[in-house]
Design a binder for this molecule. Structure first.
Ligand code: UD1
Length: 420
């Protein structure tokens, strides 16, 4: 296993963001809906993406992945099983269920199981697909489903934590290829969901309202192949935004869509950071010390993303005063708190709240990455802390950040990967 060895660094220059992992994954699943070829550009070469492609190979697709372009072709082999061995490593693979039911009329998809950031149920996915007429049973850890009698319907998809990204994706994909009209109320509005809607429309789907809480889908008989560019990764861009603030470095983020990052940019400005949006694709960040404390609540889009909570917590460790983070999506997503406290941070967690008392300095330590975004936070903490930090279990970071050390090193970061 690898570890990252990091020293305090002052960064400068510009960094280019990769294609969005969370946009690419459901779009790859959506290609199940056609027998024609699909060509996807700007696909990040990440563990999660490769896992999704493996699942598709098991379902009968032939894949090539070179220089950020994935070509997905149908073969004669037919499959309908997404096995536990792959699904357990990545929850997003559960969004094969909707397209399999609509296209192959049957599916056997492993239930994803638990995960360190919380319970993460799939009840909304199952509710939505059942309302569309799918017959779904849980057998030996698998969702075994029959889609022969599916028809468009009216679905309220809100849950106790608001909308669900992948449940909206699952229902939207199934509804695109079954008879009748489907209306999803309380659909997720994340840019990745909107992007899936645009992709489905390029395949020939009849959809309006994607990216809003009310999506209308009129099922069509057949969907075709198409060529599509994956949108830039707003969470990677937000991670570099937090890196700039925590390390006090002037950075330019290129290739990101600033309009997908409004809530994080607003929080950064509240902390006293100057942010210039040069054109639609470049964000220039100039942090001003001392940082001001802020209160953040994570919320579904366009609210502040839970996927940036850990990274911004590191920034707040250096703010002059007390900040409050309320985690409204995953109330247990605080595994990084204990690790940051081991680096000298003063953070108290109480249920879904974290109270952060800012300090001038953090100190390097040996820390353990618990999940993807927590590992990014520990890397940022390592770059801003005195002395040496070693981040263990870095395989988490490889699930979601393409060429992370190379990108950081180009900005001047003292970071290297070593065998543990
Ligand atoms: C997606 C993102 C993930 C991000 C999350 C929230 C991908 C691949 N992953 O995950 O990075 O952190 O959105 O922005 O895009 N819920 C239920 N029942 C369900 C489904 C969800 O109660 O059936 C709850 C969840 O536990 C959570 C909330 O709804 O509290 C939102 O989760 P959801 O939007 O579904 O997250 P994912 O789509 O799994």
């Amino acid at each position: 296993m690898d570890k990252l060895v990091i020293h305090k660094s002052s960064l400068s220059g510009s960094v280019e963001v990769s294609g969005s992992k969370n946009a690419a994954l459901p779009i790859i699943a959506a290609t199940i809906l056609t027998d024609e070829d699909c060509i996807l550009h700007n696909v990040p070469n990440l563990m999660d993406v490769r896992t999704m492609l493996k699942i598709l190979e098991g379902l009968g697709k032939q894949i090539t992945f070179e220089n950020g372009t994935v070509i997905i072709k149908a073969t004669k082999k037919q499959g309908y099983v997404a096995p536990y061995r792959l699904v357990r490593t990545m929850r997003a693979s559960f969004c094969c269920l909707g397209p399999l039911l609509a296209k192959k009329k049957k599916a056997k998809v492993s239930l994803p199981g638990g995960c360190v950031i919380g319970v993460r149920p799939v009840d909304l996915h199952i509710k939505g697909l059942k309302i569309l007429g799918a017959d779904i049973n849980i057998e030996k850890g698998y969702c075994v489903a029959d889609g022969k009698n599916m028809r468009g319907s009216h679905i309220y998809l809100g849950g106790q934590y608001g909308s669900s990204v992948l449940a909206t994706d699952n229902v939207m994909m199934a509804a695109a290829l079954i008879d009748g009209e489907t209306i999803i109320e309380y659909a997720a509005c994340e840019p990745e969901v909107e992007s899936l809607g645009i992709f489905l429309k390029k395949m020939g789907a009849d959809i309006t309202g994607e990216g809003t809480p009310l999506v209308r889908i009129r099922g069509v008989k057949k969907l075709g192949g198409c060529e599509f560019d994956i949108i830039p990764d707003r969470i990677e861009a937000g991670t570099f935004l937090a890196t700039s603030i925590a390390t006090g470095s002037v950075l330019e983020i290129k290739g990101a869509n600033p309009f997908h990052l409004t809530s994080a940019i607003e929080v950064a400005r509240e902390m006293g950071t100057e942010i210039n949006i040069d054109n639609a694709r470049s964000i220039i960040i100039k942090p001003k010390l001392p940082l001001k404390p802020v209160n953040i609540a994570t919320l579904p889009y366009p609210g502040f993303p839970t996927d940036l909570q850990a990274q911004f917590m590191v920034c707040l460790c250096f703010a002059k005063g007390i900040s409050l983070i309320t985690e409204k999506i995953y109330p247990d997503r605080f595994m990084h708190v204990a690790e940051l406290n081991r680096m000298g941070a003063r953070i108290q967690r109480n249920g879904p709240y974290a109270i952060i008392e800012g300090k001038e300095k953090l100190f390097g330590a040996e820390v353990m990455a618990s999940d993807l975004r927590a590992s990014a936070a520990l890397v940022i903490a390592g770059l801003s802390a005195e002395d040496k930090t070693e981040v263990f279990r870095v395989y988490h970071i490889d699930r979601g950040y393409e060429h992370i050390e190379e990108k950081l090193r180009k900005l001047g970061a003292k970071i290297k990967r070593e065998k543990q």
